[in-house]
Design a protein around this ligand. Sequence first.
Ligand SMILES: [Zn+2]
Length: 248
Amino acid sequence: MTLGTASSSPSPVESAIALLGAARRIVVLSGAGLSRASGIPTYRDADGLWMSQNALQFSHAEDLQRDPKGFTRFWARRLDTVEAAQPNPGHTALALLQRLRPATRLITQNVDGLLSIAGGLDVLELHGSLRRWRCDHCGNRRGPWPFHRCMRCASRARPDVVMFGEMLNHGVLHDAQMAAQESDLFMVVGSTAVVYPAAELPQLAMSRGARLITLNMEPLPHLDAAASVVLRGAAEVLLPQLLAGLQA
Ligand SMILES: [Zn+2]
């Protein structure tokens, strides 16, 4: 501490850097807040694509049968948005964290694939990815998907995301739970972590003794009280600061 500094207690960012530096197994659970700076609309944005009438019409897998053309058009447009987006400094910082600490696991609720594009490895995508399509009719998961149709059976394909009313991919969920249990530091980034299974993962980690860091624009009343460090702000600003501190 330099002379004249009012307080000798470390800032939240400094405390988080110290925790990251001491951790052996880090898990980062990210949500919509991580991708906001990349221009990906979130579920909660009132003017976001998700809350539009279209989104409500096409968020169940059965909607493909009800209105095949509308369904394909809606999801193809969503994919266009995602494909036009670039990773932001938050995504890049998390990929770098994994380089620095190879035991780090990245879990995300986002379906935009931006963590992988930023260089993240083995990203656990809880809700799947808009960048993959699949055919529910014959089970085909391999493209190409001309006009979003299956090459094998010519049925209409659907994005490989978890839609409302559908189960999560069991293997991905299991890997995420294992990673949480084995972690000694769990960080929640840009996620309210109130929806299952995202709500369960930090609790699972803490029940095994992991410390918790929350990083979010808004308070997370159910998590902040249990957190060792609470970081309030934008992921694309704070995550690069953590990385810089860790590399220093
Ligand atoms: Zn098929």
